[in-house]
Design a protein around this ligand. Structure first.
Ligand SMILES: [Mn+2]
Length: 360
């Protein structure tokens, strides 16, 4: 009997089901542990990374959905910073899940916490080192988060939305149309449409979600109107961009209308012919925000980001993406901006006098 015929029979389908179930074993175990971590509590607060992106927003909403359905919890989602990108705002509006912005003055968090798309050692979230979250689900950095009651950190996975999709499947808790759409968009943006840091798990989740999602809504996020601030930033980025040897591009955007504009610009400038590494930076609320994108797999972007941030800032990155912040004030702003430039040139072993070529 041919293999295809075997799989058309009841036995074949049975075997395929078993194979799928075996593949789900680790997720099932993780799901049980995740639910154990919140047993006996009624309320939980999910903390996303600062200036949350679509992956954090979608994965956070998925964890809320899962814990409300499977553990009967009351769950709210909070974040620090700004949801600035027009696409991300459109996603939040569409998703209809309320996300509470923590004010800079009042960062006190309740006791029962979950971190999503970030972890306890990352500096891009407001939780203090003394706080022990019940849950951490993330795909940044390669270590077990011993500080959390339950942690699932898988740095090889392209998006936290992929991990949350696995949980929903294992829990027999299919996402609603809007949640599936958001998760799909989270995977799309974190993996640059499955072209960067992508694993089979991401592709599987993507296929699964495509069936459930509202594809018109999914396509609409990238076509949403953007603010004049975006074009202002774009103009500053183009005028300020300088190209150095080996495809290094540095661009200083000055005042940012929202912090993650630097990431948007860095992604865009990586399309310039010959570019291999882009570093975009600008100022938002007494901080220099910088973003790094590369096509060079050998470049240690995390080390580069740490170098730029220096002692006074914080940074992190993985694979081909990194970012960070450096505090500034009115007095040291110019000095700090010059320092960032010098640190980049030094990292790439370029002379401090090198000026690079203008793009425009
Ligand atoms: Mn992510």
């Amino acid at each position: 009997m041919y293999k295809s015929q075997v799989f058309e029979t009841g036995l074949g389908v049975f075997i395929m089901n078993i194979q799928e179930k075996i593949a789900q074993f680790p997720t099932q175990r993780r799901l049980n542990k995740l639910l154990e971590a919140v047993s006996g509590i009624q309320q939980l607060t999910i903390v996303l990374h600062n200036n949350p992106d679509p992956d954090a927003i979608a994965a956070g909403a998925a964890l809320k959905f899962l814990l409300e359905k499977k553990a009967g919890l009351e769950v709210d989602i909070v974040y620090q910073g700004v949801i600035g990108r027009a696409e991300n705002k459109a996603l939040v509006d569409y998703l209809g899940v309320s996300l509470r912005q923590l004010s800079d003055e009042n960062l006190r968090l309740p006791e029962n916490l979950a971190l999503v798309d970030t972890h306890t050692r990352a500096e891009n979230n407001p939780i203090s080192l003394e706080q022990r979250p019940l849950i951490v689900v993330d795909h940044h950095n390669n270590y077990v988060d011993g500080q959390a009651v339950f942690s699932d950190i898988r740095p090889n996975i392209g998006a936290t939305a992929t991990m949350m999709t696995e949980y929903l499947k294992a829990a027999d808790c299919p996402p609603s149309k809007s949640l599936a759409t958001a998760l799909l968009y989270g995977i799309k943006t974190d993996t640059m449409a499955l072209s960067r840091n992508t694993t089979t798990a991401d592709v599987n989740a993507y296929c699964y979600l495509s069936e459930l999602a509202d594809l018109d809504a999914f396509m609409s996020f990238d076509k949403v109107k953007v603010s004049a601030g975006y074009f202002k930033g774009l103009a500053a980025a183009m005028n300020g961009a300088r190209v150095f040897q080996d495809g290094l591009i540095i661009t200083y955007l000055q005042e940012l209308s929202y912090p993650d504009l630097v990431a948007e610009i860095a992604d865009l400038m990586l399309r310039l012919e010959g570019s291999k590494v882009v570093i975009a930076f600008g100022i938002f609320k007494e901080r220099i925000h910088f973003s790094i994108r590369t096509l060079d797999e050998k470049l240690d972007v995390n080390r580069l980001a740490q170098t730029l941030a220096g002692e006074e800032g914080n940074a992190g990155g993985r694979d081909m993406i990194a970012g960070g912040q450096i505090p500034v004030n009115d007095h040291n702003l110019y000095k700090r901006v010059a320092e960032v430039n010098q640190r980049i040139l030094k990292f790439f072993k370029l002379s401090p006098q090198t000026e690079g070529e203008q793009v425009t």
